[in-house]
Ligand binder design. Structure first.
Ligand SMILES: *Cc1c(COP(=O)(O)O)cnc(C)c1O
Length: 367
């Protein structure tokens, strides 16, 4: 049995008539830039995230960068994040001119090890960017306590955590702001690139609205240098149709995760769920020492897998200028060698989950 890494059609096919109608509506009105659908989606997504404001942007990377810029963070500043994320978590920091500073992870949850956080704070530190990796929230209470103590901003990298909860509260309103991506494969994705910033900070919201739109306060009055980083109206229309289904899709992912965990427990290490977390399983990541051999065998059995992520950010060529060596963050580096991402998407069938689990068991037994 062939099992794909993910299948977007299972979400989109039942919604095709509504999606087509929403897109046609935009085309009929020829309102492609910051049209009504953008405002409507921003309101709906802010409400969903339990945040006061949402600003639609062109992608998640922009959300990370513009939030930090909006707070005036830049040259000479330091911002702390995790080394085992998608590259954009650090790039959003680096693009402002600030220096990304990494802190190692808790090996059970793959999120920032809050016990090591305070030692990384210097007089230059301005913000912390915890990553809710794979859809599991970082341990936010100790992070927010340290931020209060040292006067730092906290920007959640929520790009993998649409709908996840921490102690009952949604990701997106746990820190001072949160960055979301609507890249097609995310838990909430559009038909191209898209992103958003959510926040309760009205001043930041206002500033990011200008940062996405040429620094414009009113038409042809440009207060500062800025880019064009807007969310397309067509993408907002798609997101508006999909958002009401997000909770159902996340529930379907959680069910698949539960089945996986019960089938895989004896052969690999399934994801740990912290007692504070209600994760949304953007990715279903298991851990095994002979990861590469297992991945190769699964491929032969027709099962697609992924690696998230095989190289930590501090060892990427792009970040060589930071001068960090292998061994700097041992838990993050070990995870890069041991993690394996199994197929995970809404409406996976029991047969598919069982086929993946059986193939994993066999591969591990032979490995
Ligand atoms: C996807 C992702 C991003 C970047 O989002 P884009 O929309 O691709 O720019 C940032 N951080 C994490 C953790 C992501 O998964």
């Amino acid at each position: 049995m062939r099992v794909p890494f993910m299948d977007l059609s299972r979400m989109h096919d039942p919604l095709l008539p509504q999606l087509r109608q929403a897109m046609e509506e935009v085309i009929r009105r020829n309102a492609y830039i910051l049209g009504d659908e953008v405002t409507q989606f921003e309101q709906a997504f802010a409400e969903y995230c339990e945040a006061a404001h949402c600003i639609g942007l062109d992608n998640g990377s922009s959300a990370l960068e513009l939030a930090l810029r909006g707070w005036g963070i830049g040259d000479g500043d330091e911002v702390i994040t995790a080394p085992n994320s998608f590259i954009a978590s650090a790039s959003g920091i680096a693009f402002t001119g600030a220096t990304p500073v990494f802190v190692d992870i808790d090996p059970a949850t793959y999120t920032l090890d809050t016990a090591q956080l305070e030692a990384a704070i210097t007089p230059r530190t301005k913000a912390i960017v915890p990553v809710h990796l794979y859809g599991q929230p970082a341990h936010m209470d100790p992070i927010m306590a340290l931020a209060r103590k040292h006067g730092l901003k906290v920007l959640e990298d929520s790009c993998q955590a649409h709908g996840a909860r921490y102690k009952g509260k949604r990701c997106g309103s746990l820190g001072h702001a949160a960055a979301f991506s609507f890249y097609p494969a995310k838990n909430l994705g559009c038909f191209g690139d898209g992103g958003a910033l959510t926040t309760n900070d009205s001043e930041l919201a206002e500033r990011v609205r200008m940062l996405r739109n040429y620094g414009q306060r009113v038409k042809y009055e440009h207060v500062f240098l800025a880019y064009n980083r807007r969310l397309d109206t067509l993408q907002a229309a798609v997101l508006g149709v999909k958002l009401p289904h997000l909770d159902g899709w996340n529930a379907s992912r959680r069910l698949a995760a539960k089945r996986y965990a019960s089938l895989l427990r004896d052969s690999v290490q399934p994801p740990a769920v912290a007692d504070y977390a209600e994760p949304v399983y953007h990715l279903y990541v298991v851990r095994c020492p002979n990861r590469d051999a297992v991945a190769a065998q699964l491929k032969e059995a027709g099962i697609d897998t992924g690696l998230h992520y095989p190289v930590p950010i501090h060892l990427q060529e792009a970040y060589r200028y930071l001068g960090l060596q292998a061994g700097a963050f041992p838990e993050a580096e070990r995870a890069c060698h041991e993690v394996l991402t199994l197929p995970m998407f809404p409406y996976m069938t029991d047969e598919e989950i069982e086929a993946v689990a059986a193939a994993v068991k066999q591969a591990v037994a032979q490995g």
